[in-house]
Design a protein around this ligand. Structure first.
Ligand code: ATR
Length: 270
């Protein structure tokens, strides 16, 4: 029988997840059906319960439901606890709901695939919202030399740094605390969406540095355009999207899909 999965969001119409998981299923020969479901903003738990009652085995969760998904789980992975957010739901044989978060693993896998060194790197992360909280534990697990979190609202960056201090060398502050050079700068703010750029010093990048935007689109973000003009190698978040999907697929099916052809097809379609 075909196992059923879905992605929940609101809105969800433009989600690439159904196409990604269909490609993974075809590549691996796994018999799954994967659809997109727009859950009501005020009743995510009801939408998941209904899907599970109809035989759903698991789901991805995207904006704005990752915190609601976190709250409804019977059991959580360590990285989901750290993220305080769940992007992957798994219904086990006993009917219990387990929650995980594969966003950070997807980012780290994408960096590895693109040969961006993390171990011993000087890393700057811009932003301190849910997207950044979701990736800090896997980034720190790769043992960078140091990781500085800078945010428009300095307090939020300091709180994040304190929350993750037991996992590695992490500091936080406002944008004025950013002093380069860095080997890797990751933009996790939503500023790019509005075409805005955080104030950054011109000497931000070390020679050979990489700039990574967790956002993606047909055109480079404002942050990546700035980074390119300042000499960095530029990568967008499409590989992270496919990477987190591959990690979720592995959690559900125990099979690791090859992201490269799926990513290439998505890139062509942007
Ligand atoms: P997400 O889930 O995408 O992380 P969020 O939790 O609302 O969304 O966080 C948005 C992040 O983008 C925050 O770090 C926010 O900075 P503040 O904490 O100061 O609000 C950042 N951000 C949004 N617009 C920005 C802008 N124009 N300039 C700088 N940072 C911005």
């Amino acid at each position: 029988m075909t196992d059923r999965y879905c992605v929940f969001g609101h809105p969800i119409g433009h989600s690439k997840s159904p196409a990604i998981h269909a490609a993974f299923a075809e590549q691996t020969g796994e018999a799954i059906e994967y659809t997109a479901i727009e859950a009501p903003r005020d009743d995510f738990a009801g939408a998941w319960r209904a899907f599970a009652a109809a035989g759903g085995r698991g789901a991805n969760v995207t904006v704005p439901f990752k915190e609601a998904a976190f709250r409804l789980c019977d059991a959580l992975s360590d990285r989901a606890k750290r993220a305080r957010a769940v992007n992957t739901l798994i219904r086990d044989e006993a009917g219990r709901t387990r929650g995980d978060n594969t966003d950070g693993a997807g980012l780290v896998a994408d960096l590895a695939r693109q040969a961006v060194p993390l171990a011993s790197a000087r890393v700057l992360v811009l932003g301190a919202g849910g997207a950044v909280r979701g990736v800090l534990a896997p980034l720190l697990a790769a043992e960078p030399a140091g990781l500085h979190v800078a945010n428009r609202t300095a307090d939020k960056a300091c709180t994040l740094a304190a929350d993750f201090a037991d996992l590695g060398q992490v500091s936080g502050g406002g944008f004025e605390t950013v002093t380069g050079p860095f080997d890797l700068v990751i933009n996790g703010t939503s500023a790019s969406l509005g075409g805005e750029l955080p104030p950054l010093p011109d000497d931000l990048f070390a020679p050979g540095a990489t700039a990574y935007d967790m956002m993606y689109g047909a055109e480079p973000t404002v942050f990546l355009r700035w980074a390119e003009a300042h000499g960095a190698r530029c990568l967008d978040g499409l590989g992270m999207l496919v990477g987190q999907a591959a990690e979720s697929f592995f959690l559900w099916r125990g099979v690791r899909p090859d992201v490269t052809p799926v990513l290439a097809a998505l890139r062509r379609a942007l």
